[in-house]
Design a binder for this molecule. Structure first.
Ligand SMILES: [Zn+2]
Ligand SMILES: [Zn+2]
Length: 290
């Protein structure tokens, strides 16, 4: 297959009815991200954006696109202390920062007295989520960033939607808005890649040879719902994009205004109970906190 410019193709999409080469694809990709940001008012040009990078393909693609679009960005990475996975991830984000000529901020969970490897197996994924949400919000606010950008893909959004629906957490849909405004001590959250697929992100980093690690977190469970989402897409092209657009529409109509704001009595951050989930983890797992 050939690109419209005549060169050999690296990307073909039935959803967008397009075939592109390695030179035309990055422009197409960045333009798609630009369109999402504009349509859903995900970022403002005046904002300082903290871009969360894990070292994986999705966040590397996001950093490239936001830099190309001229946003005022810095990278942010959390070293979770997950053996060689975290070492490789840190190496990848350092190379990414160098390649894109961006400032990189690294926070080490170890500095709080524990790592994700200290957490018992069954609680690892929930602990990891708590740690990421807490540290990125606190860092962003303390360093004067207006918004935190995370590289959730359309597959992530659909997975979260299905799982929360099935467990009856209907109000959680509000968390799936492409942009959640900040309030109290919470900084605004943005998902510029919520309409992008993992394949689109992978194609970008591979064609541009952007640094990323192909390693998956060793604790990540194999997700059967993800396979189901891919199966449906294979039979019904455009399912993922249409579904994620519908979720965004639905999320806009879920009000979050009446959520009561409480603060953790230990750290002072926003919390749903007396002590926040992060401080509970520190209490439970930290050894010799200095
Ligand atoms: Zn081309
Ligand atoms: Zn706390």
């Amino acid at each position: 297959m050939k690109c419209r410019c005549g060169r050999s193709a690296v990307f073909h999409s039935k959803v967008y009815r397009i075939t592109l080469c390695d030179r035309c694809y990055p422009k197409f990709y960045v333009n798609l991200v630009k369109r999402s940001i504009k349509r859903y008012r995900i970022l403002k040009s005046s904002e300082r954006v903290l871009v969360c990078v894990s070292g994986g393909k999705d966040s590397s693609a996001m950093a490239y696109a936001l830099k190309e679009l001229g946003y005022n960005i810095e990278l942010f990475h959390i070293d979770l202390g997950i053996g060689s996975y975290s070492k490789e991830s840190l190496k990848a984000v350092e190379e990414l920062a160098q390649t894109l000529n961006l400032d990189l901020n690294v926070v080490k969970l170890k500095d709080y007295g524990f790592t994700i490897d200290d957490v018992e197996r069954k609680k690892v994924c929930s602990a990891c989520g708590i740690v990421k949400r807490y540290l990125m919000n606190r860092f962003a606010r303390e360093k004067g960033f207006d918004v935190v950008a995370t590289a959730h893909t359309c597959e992530d959004i659909i997975l979260f939607f299905i799982k929360n629906m099935l467990s009856g957490n209907v109000e959680y849909i509000a968390k799936l808005k492409p942009r959640i405004e900040g309030y109290d001590k919470l900084v605004a959250k943005a998902k510029p890649l919520f309409e992008r697929t993992e394949k689109e992100n992978a194609t970008l980093v591979l064609t541009l040879n952007l640094p990323f690690t192909p390693l998956e977190c060793p604790h990540a469970p194999k997700d059967v719902w993800k396979e189901i989402i891919y199966d449906v897409e294979a039979k019904k092209k455009g399912f993922k994009l249409n579904f994620v657009k519908a979720i965004a529409k639905l999320a806009e109509n879920v009000s979050t205004e009446e959520w009561e704001v409480k603060h953790c009595k230990i750290c002072g951050e926003v919390s749903n109970s007396e002590v926040c989930s992060f401080c509970k983890l520190v209490r439970r797992y930290a050894r010799n906190v200095s």
